[in-house]
Design a protein around this ligand. Structure first.
Ligand SMILES: NC(=O)c1ccc[n+]([C@@H]2O[C@H](COP(=O)([O-])OP(=O)(O)OC[C@H]3O[C@@H](n4cnc5c(N)ncnc54)[C@H](OP(=O)(O)O)[C@@H]3O)[C@@H](O)[C@H]2O)c1
Length: 249
């Protein structure tokens, strides 16, 4: 996949990995459309980058996502890449008295349902371009759950399953759309602030790896801890489950 002269939508573009991706894509000569809820922060960050614009959208709200789709279709027909990267996670334990239903509903709407809606609605727009791509951020917890983020883990497992199915359909339809999965390890962003760990990968390192992986058409990108968990899960789910939950405490 080429990494220059694209028009790319980046969700979660105001902070963390999304912001780093916005910087790198902008510097590499792409037009960048940054999405998040916090308007002030998003607009301030977009204003610092050449060829970047900010659009506020709440991905957990269907009408807000449909309104974004409509804006993209009417104003950005050159859109040929989407990086569905926004995500939320709640730290709690199952059966600890937390309202797991409400927590998981918000996590699912934000992390999973919005990706289903956006990929379905935007696929026709992307497919008219000779080269186009979807990138979706998952995690090591897509393979086995982290007990500190139980329902969040399930959203990433659902996303991983959805990606495998969608990629096969795109291949069978000979679509121009390439589908990449960025399986992130623990990365130093606001998202992981509460997690105590010896090492968190800098956001610039994971986005460097994404850019390199896109150029080589590496559809499954896993780095650091995610690579270890992924390899273990291929041999024994139980070993991978114990390993991940020992590392994360
Ligand atoms: N950091 C890690 O250790 C780690 C590890 C594995 C996977 N990941 C995944 O990496 C992705 C990026 O996270 P990050 O680490 O870069 O954390 P982050 O800095 O917290 O980024 C998350 C972004 O999502 C946006 N967002 C959250 N809810 C939203 C909503 N309803 N509508 C629109 N935007 C929303 C936030 O902006 P607003 O609050 O302004 O909306 C924020 O910019 C997530 O999918 C996360 O699950 C992270």
């Amino acid at each position: 996949m080429k990494t220059t002269k694209n028009t790319i939508l980046i969700t979660g573009g105001g902070t963390g990995m999304g912001l780093e991706a916005a910087k790198q894509f902008s510097q590499a000569g792409n037009k960048v459309i940054m999405i998040a809820r916090n308007e002030k922060r998003l607009k301030e960050e977009a204003a610092k980058l050449p060829n970047a614009i900010a659009i506020v959208c709440d991905l957990s709200d269907e009408q807000s996502v449909r309104s974004l789709v409509s804006t993209l279709k009417s104003e950005y027909p050159d859109l040929n890449m989407i990086f569905l990267n926004a995500g939320i996670a709640t730290n709690y334990s199952l059966l600890d008295g937390s309202n797991a239903y409400e927590i998981s509903k918000q996590e699912m709407l934000t992390n999973y349902n919005s990706a289903v809606l956006l990929t379905h609605e935007l696929a026709p727009l992307l497919a008219v371009h000779p080269e186009s791509a979807m990138i979706i951020t998952t995690s090591a917890v897509a393979f086995v759950p982290d007990l500190m983020h139980p329902t969040y883990s399930a959203t990433k497992a659902a996303l991983h399953s959805y990606i495998l199915g969608l990629r096969l359909v795109l291949e069978r339809n000979s679509s121009s759309i390439k589908l990449f999965e960025l399986m992130a390890p623990l990365v130093d962003t606001p998202f992981s602030k509460a997690v105590k760990a010896d090492y968190k990968m800098p956001a610039s390192t994971i986005i460097d790896a994404l850019m390199a992986g896109l150029k080589k058409d590496e559809y499954e990108l896993h780095a650091g801890l995610t690579k270890k968990v992924f390899e273990k899960s291929q041999k024994s789910t139980q070993d991978a489950l114990k390993f991940l939950n020992t590392v994360t405490g």
